[in-house]
Design a protein around this ligand. Structure first.
Ligand code: K1U
Ligand code: ZN
Length: 186
C-alpha cells in the first residue's frame, strides 16, 4: 500500500477520459489499495483513479459518518444507466481543487451499474450523498470536473487562481481572503 500524490488543477491529466478495466488482476487490486490509502489520508469521501494519475475507470468511496466504522466501496467501470428528471443543489468539494466548495445542481437519483473487486456485476439506485458522489466520480473518469457545472464566471475565477498558484509553485491563497472586508480600519 502507498499513499500517492493527488493531481491538482490545472493538471491536464484531469481532462483525460479513463479506459475501462478488463481483468481485475493484482495490479488493479494494488491500485484500489493505494486509492483508499490516499483517499483516507486526504481526507476525502471519494476518489477516481485519474486523480492519482491512473487513467482507468476505478472509483473508491467511503460515506461512513465520522464516528462510525469504515465502509469502503469500490466501483469498477461504473456507468449511469438512468437519472431522475428531478434535480437538486448540493455543495461539492474536490480533492483536485482543494479548499474550493460550490453548490452544484444534479439529478437527485441515479441508477449505476458497476463491477465489484471480485468482478461481480451490480446495479444500484442511489440518492442523497451517494448519488452526488457517484456522479462526481463518474464525471472524473470522463474528464469532467465539478467546476464544469457552475457558472463560467466562477469557473474562470477558480481556473485563474489555480493556474497562478501552479506558476508560483505554491498553494492557492484561501478563497475567503478574496472577499472584500466589510469594515475598513483607518
Ligand atoms: O472526488 C473527489 O475529489 C473527492 C471529493 C468527493 C465529493 C465530495 C463532495 C461532494 C461530491 C463529491 C471529496 O471527498 S472532497 C472532501 C470532502 O467532501 C470531505 C472530506 C472529509 C470529510 C467529509 C467530506
Ligand atoms: Zn473531485
Amino acid at each position: 500500500m502507498a499513499k500517492r500524490d493527488i493531481l491538482i488543477l490545472p493538471d491536464k491529466r484531469l481532462r483525460l477520459k479513463s479506459e475501462p478495466v478488463g481483468a481485475i488482476d493484482k495490479a488493479i487490486r494494488a491500485l484500489v489499495d493505494d486509492m483508499f490509502e490516499t483517499m483516507y489520508d486526504a481526507p476525502g469521501i471519494g476518489l477516481a483513479a485519474i486523480q492519482i494519475g491512473v487513467p482507468r475507470r476505478v472509483v473508491t468511496m467511503d460515506l461512513a459518518k465520522k464516528d462510525d466504522p469504515k465502509a469502503p466501496q469500490v466501483f469498477i467501470n461504473p456507468e449511469v444507466t438512468w437519472q431522475s428528471g428531478e434535480k437538486a443543489v448540493a455543495e461539492e468539494g474536490c480533492l483536485s481543487i482543494p479548499e474550493y466548495y460550490e453548490e452544484v445542481e444534479r439529478p437527485t437519483a441515479v441508477k449505476v451499474k458497476f463491477l465489484d473487486l471480485a468482478g461481480k456485476p451490480h446495479e444500484i439506485e442511489a440518492s442523497g450523498l451517494l448519488a452526488t458522489c457517484l456522479q462526481h466520480e463518474i464525471d472524473h473518469i470522463n474528464g469532467v470536473l465539478f467546476i464544469d457545472h457552475i457558472s463560467k464566471l466562477k469557473r474562470d475565477m477558480v481556473l485563474k487562481k489555480f493556474k497562478k498558484a501552479h506558476k508560483r509553485g505554491g498553494p492557492v491563497t484561501p478563497f475567503s481572503e478574496d472577499k472584500e472586508p466589510s469594515h475598513h480600519i483607518g
